[in-house]
Design a binder for this molecule. Sequence first.
Ligand code: M3L
Length: 264
Amino acid sequence: MPVEEFVAGWISGALGLVLGHPFDTVKLLGFFKGMSFPIASTAVVNSVLFGVYSNTLLVLTATSHQERRAQPPSYTHIFLAGCTGGFLQAYCLAPFDLIKVRLQNQTEPRAQPGSPPPRYQGPVHCAASIFREEGPRGLFRGAWALTLRDTPTVGIYFITYEGLCRQYTPEGQNPSSATVLVAGGFAGIASWVAATPLDVIKSRMQMDGLRRRVYQGMLDCMVSSVRQEGLGVFFRGVTINSARAFPVNAVTFLSYEYLLRWWG
Ligand SMILES: C[N+](C)(C)CCCC[C@H](N)C(=O)O
């Protein structure tokens, strides 16, 4: 199994994250100090995303990454490979994402004497507390919604990226850096716009169970959210998601492409 894609995904994910971190922090108006945890988790997850995508394409089309410029895969194959990558990365992402959402949603402890300490003291303490209080399955709370969010939308991510690259690149050539940046940025926006409705539901499911369970399940969460807040609830955060998605994914794709060209 070619591993370059996993390594390139690892590095490019970490680079993209550095740009996305400020957006991620304001997204939930929470505080998320320290970048080592998000960098490590994004690197792992992005490596699974790109590694599985590329290796699924290899299985479907029998072409390696280097051969794909001369023999471009069909959009159906790209979509299927993207969905496979999205599905598997969602499982790896689930516990990390849960910890991120829980930490972001806890308010900053004010340095006043006597104020209660924050519930979670950091990523490791958060993981251990969830494990203890909600069981091992608690670490996968919201994973189902996350999988539904990411399976089709990662397909959209790669279709948009490849489609835009092909549009602006003469046949058989590598796309220019400007093309990769723009195609990567728009791939991020397109997939995040499509992912936002389930992103809202996913985050609510992840926060559920902290005190008492509010929702019976994902469907119940959707129905009661729409009842209380209207259909607009599904677009909550779409602007910040898109603003974050452009730079993060432009840099992710640029570094991914260049690392592979450099090694290949
Ligand atoms: C599928 N979905 C839209 C959720 C994400 C696809 C892009 C993944 C990238 N690491 C990012 O965080 O933007």
